[in-house]
Design a protein around this ligand. Structure first.
Ligand SMILES: Nc1ncnc2c1ncn2[C@@H]1O[C@H](COP(=O)(O)OP(=O)(O)OP(=O)(O)O)[C@@H](O)[C@H]1O
Ligand SMILES: [Mg+2]
Length: 232
């Protein structure tokens, strides 16, 4: 199992936001986490990557306990994170943004791996452009490219399709599929678009008020669940 989350709880101060989350992500799958706004999806991802520390429970990667491991060690162990809202550096060039990812590598590689530009050819054409001058979709591709620079085994993305035009959404979906099929990576993705989930994800979890309330294979994600937990 690539990732196992067990009985994970988290509070912002006095306010408990995650309540005993259990979740498993098998290797070489794309698994999504869905749920309405404010149910705790981002908080869960930040606990998994180590930007927030749970009050209880455990996180294991390949069976290895990482619950208390600092984020940079998790990245060296093969985790990578594309945050919600992309968070690229607007005043740095595309190439400089990608190079930020290099600093997290343990092998001292100082050139951006060519495969990043193969996956996202648009970045190759724009290496000297400022990140802030890119379109939303291009910025998202840059954010994913930056995460891939560390050579991760498990890529976590928080709403990568939010506010992005449909043709780029499809492109992102195809890249994720390619990463799984050709590079044997695993993907955990927070995603709101049902069409994207049905097309690209094999497994799903649904959160509501800090709890996992449903989960399974994407083909079993029925209308009743969608109506109860996803539509507003
Ligand atoms: N830094 C923080 N301090 C206090 N409360 C927070 C903080 N960040 C988020 N929260 C609260 O925690 C709850 C879960 O937020 P979170 O961002 O994890 O939800 P989400 O499911 O990712 O929502 P969205 O779909 O809008 O991205 C919300 O009630 C939110 O207001
Ligand atoms: Mg969020």
């Amino acid at each position: 199992m690539m990732l196992q989350v067990e009985k994970l709880s988290f509070s912002y101060g006095e306010v408990q936001v995650l309540h005993g989350i259990d979740m498993e992500v098998p290797e070489e799958r794309i698994v999504c986490v869905m749920g309405r706004n404010g149910v705790g999806k981002t908080t869960l991802m930040k606990n998994i990557i180590g930007l927030l520390n749970p009050s209880a429970g455990s996180i294991r990667m390949h069976g290895r306990e990482i619950t208390k491991m600092p984020t940079h060690n998790r990245i060296q162990a093969g985790l990578a994170f594309v945050p919600q809202g992309r968070m690229i550096f607007p005043k740095l060039t595309v190439e400089e943004n990608l190079k930020i990812g290099l600093s997290a590598r343990s092998d001292g590689l100082d050139r951006i791996p060519g495969e990043i530009y193969e996956l996202f050819p648009v970045l190759k054409d724009m290496t000297d452009r400022m990140g802030g001058d890119l379109s939303g979709g291009q910025q998202q591709q840059l954010a994913i490219g930056r995460a891939l620079v560390t050579g991760p085994k498990l890529l976590i993305l928080d709403e990568p399709t939010e506010g992005i035009q449909p043709n780029i959404i499809q492109q992102i979906g195809r890249v994720l599929r390619q990463l799984v099929e050709e590079k044997h990576m695993t993907v955990l993705i927070v995603e709101q678009y049902l069409d994207f989930v049905r097309e690209y994800c094999q497994g799903f979890y649904i959160m509501n008020r800090g709890r996992i309330v449903a989960g399974g294979r994407t083909e079993d994600l029925g209308q009743d669940i969608v109506r109860q937990y996803l539509t507003v």
